[in-house]
Every structure is written in C-alpha cells, then in structure tokens.
Design a binder for this molecule. Structure first.
Ligand code: DC
Length: 218
C-alpha cells in the first residue's frame, strides 16, 4: 500500500483501540492509540501526588517523555500499558486532556510520529486536528450500553469488579466532558464516515474499515 493515513475518532468504548490495532496489522500500517498518551500523562500526575480536582498547574508535562512504539505506551522509558487502564486514571484523564499545555505537547508528538509513517491513529480530535489531510477518516460510534458492556469485559479481565450501571455513568460523564471542552473536543470531522458498531463485532468493524480503505487507496 502506498503512503496512507487513517484517522479513527469516537467516544469511549466505541472499539477504536482494538479495531484500529487490527486494521493496522492487516494493512501493514503503524498504530498509535493517542488516548494512551493522555492516560500516561495522567498516570504521571497521580504518581506525583497531584490532586486533579484542585490543580491548575500542569507544567509537569514539560518534563515527561511520552513515546508510543510497537503497540505499547512508554512513560519516561517505562512501559505502562497496564497502569494506564485503572479506573483512577480513567476518572481523571478528562481534566488532563483538556489542558492546553498537555494538548500542545501531545499533538506535536502525534504529528511528528505521523509525518513519515503509514499510520492508523485513533483518538478524539485526529480527523479534524492532528491529521486533517488523512486519506480516510472514520468516526466510530455505538450505543452507550454496548460501549459500557465492552469496557466491562476489559475491566473484569483485569480482576476488577464494577457494576454496568456505574460504568455507564462514568463513560457518559467522560464523553460529556470530552465533547464540551474548549480545546480540541471530541468531534466528528466534516469529511469523516460514521460507522455505528452497536450490532457489529470487532471482526465486522475491521472488515468494514478495510473495505473503505480499499475504495480510497486508488
Ligand atoms: O480512548 P481513551 O478512552 O483511552 O482516551 C482517554 C482520554 O483521553 C479520553 O477521555 C479523552 C482523551 N483523549 C483526547 O482528549 N484526545 C485524544 N486524541 C485521545 C484521547
């Protein structure tokens, strides 16, 4: 495949990470999960003892090194794939992701990675902000209940117990915060194709996207 950039955006639990990872694997593209980057910045804040309910100074982001390679997220050289998936990180990440200082740094890194790569990048602002010239833009969506059920499976697999209703509430709150923030909110790019995966499994979603890439890659 010649140079190709695929942007995948959507709300929490829409299946972006698993679908993007598989699409990238089958098409021989690199995959960047940008949500993992914002989670890693949040994890570092928690490790520094920052109280995100009251903190207004996020300059600590200037001193951290974030990298994403071989499907893993690195915080100051340490692989933190597991540590970024806790409820504590999930419940604080929206505050971190709305800070200009954080977004400027993350978007800069994301653009730099994408510059010389054939890439699938997933997040909230990829199609209209990070990769506005992407060859194909997808907005992945699904009903709140299905998205929460998918997240529940992932969380339960790590041994943590949580009620579906509580998870639905947490996801709804996070989507609300991510869509209404001032800087780079969760938003569908005007030229993105919306794909509702409520009644689709990962395989069906992957096939639908690959078929769309074939139509674009002419
Ligand atoms: O995709 P995720 O749930 O791992 O993302 C974690 C958080 O990061 C999410 O609440 C919104 C934020 N995010 C963002 O603001 N911009 C992105 N490009 C990706 C994620």
């Amino acid at each position: 495949m010649s140079k190709f950039q695929l942007a995948i955006d959507g709300p929490a639990g829409a299946g972006k990470s698993s679908v993007s990872k598989e699409v990238a694997k089958r098409l021989g593209l690199d995959h960047i999960d940008t949500g993992a980057m914002y989670r890693a910045v949040t994890l570092q804040g928690l490790r520094l003892g920052i109280d995100f309910k009251t903190e207004t100074d996020f300059t600590y982001v200037e001193d951290i090194d974030i990298d994403y390679k071989n499907n893993s997220i690195y915080l100051n050289g340490e692989c933190v794939d597991k540590e970024i998936r806790t409820s504590l990180v999930a419940n604080n990440v929206s505050v971190v992701a709305k800070q200009k200082i954080v977004r400027d740094k993350m978007v800069f890194i994301q653009k730099q990675i994408a510059e010389n790569s054939n890439i699938v990048m997933d997040g909230r602002d990829i199609g209209y902000n990070v990769l506005p010239n992407a060859d194909l833009k997808i907005f992945l969506n699904a009903s709140l209940e299905i998205r929460a059920k998918r997240r529940l499976k992932d969380i339960q697999a790590t041994g943590i117990d949580i009620e579906l209703s509580e998870l639905m509430k947490q996801i709804q709150e996070r989507d609300e915060k991510d869509s209404t923030r001032k800087i780079n909110p969760l938003k569908k790019a005007e030229d993105a194709i919306e794909l509702d995966t409520t009644n689709m499994n990962v395989e069906q979603s992957v096939e639908a996207i690959i078929s769309l890439t074939r139509k674009r890659d002419r």
